[in-house]
Ligand binder design. Structure first.
Ligand SMILES: [Fe+2]
Length: 203
């Protein structure tokens, strides 16, 4: 058993103009593939590679010290990107509905306020990292950022939505304009998937 690069549900050019085809292709086939390959190399010979990556990242205390950084960086990279691809869809998908919509209104006031908070948090992340909407240990919605490929799972939180703000996610099209990329990204978010993850996480 080993971890595999997930297939995308859309073509590399399908998220244009918000994310260009070349960025998508390199991001998926080079960056994500690199995390998968290095994760597999780090887990070679252990019995951990038969476990879901979420379980490994939630139980890092079971990883030996010499492997820990490799698992955090590459296991995190694999989990984060797997979610990231799933969260996007050509043309975006509507608004949050049902229980997620109610929770967003309760915790943030409105969807626009939530989007503003995730955006400013992602934009403010110094260097490479991610902006997140998570469900925290008390099952509250929370906006956080993490550096590098650190996963919210390592903090005991369940990621519901994450935006990759590594330069590899946007530099070809947006150069140094991270805020423009973050703003454009909301046009391709699939809120149905976020809602499904929320439902699964609260139960
Ligand atoms: Fe990335």
């Amino acid at each position: 058993m080993s971890f595999q690069l997930p297939k995308l549900n859309y073509g590399y050019s399908d998220l244009e103009p918000h994310i260009d085809a070349l960025t998508m292709k390199i991001h998926h086939t080079k960056h994500h593939q690199g995390y998968v390959d290095k994760l597999n190399a780090a887990l070679e010979g252990s019995d951990l590679n038969s476990k879901p990556i979420e379980e490994i990242l939630t139980n890092l205390d079971q990883i030996s010290e010499d492997k820990k950084d490799a698992i955090i960086n590459n296991g995190g990279g694999h989990a984060n990107h797997t979610l990231f691809w799933e969260l996007m869809t050509p043309g975006g998908a509507k608004q949050p509905s049902g229980a997620l919509q109610e929770q967003i209104t309760k915790d943030f006031g409105s969807l626009d306020k939530l989007i503003g908070e995730v955006s400013s948090t992602a934009i403010a992340q110094f260097g490479s990292g991610w902006g997140w909407l998570v469900l925290d240990q008390d099952k509250n919605l929370e906006v956080i950022s993490t550096p590098n490929q650190n996963s919210p799972l390592m903090l005991g939180m369940i990621p519901l939505l994450g935006i990759d703000v590594w330069e590899h996610a946007y530099y070809l099209n947006y150069q140094n304009r991270r805020p423009d990329y973050v703003q454009a990204w909301w046009n391709i978010v699939n809120w149905d998937i976020v809602g499904q993850k929320f439902q699964k996480a609260v139960h």
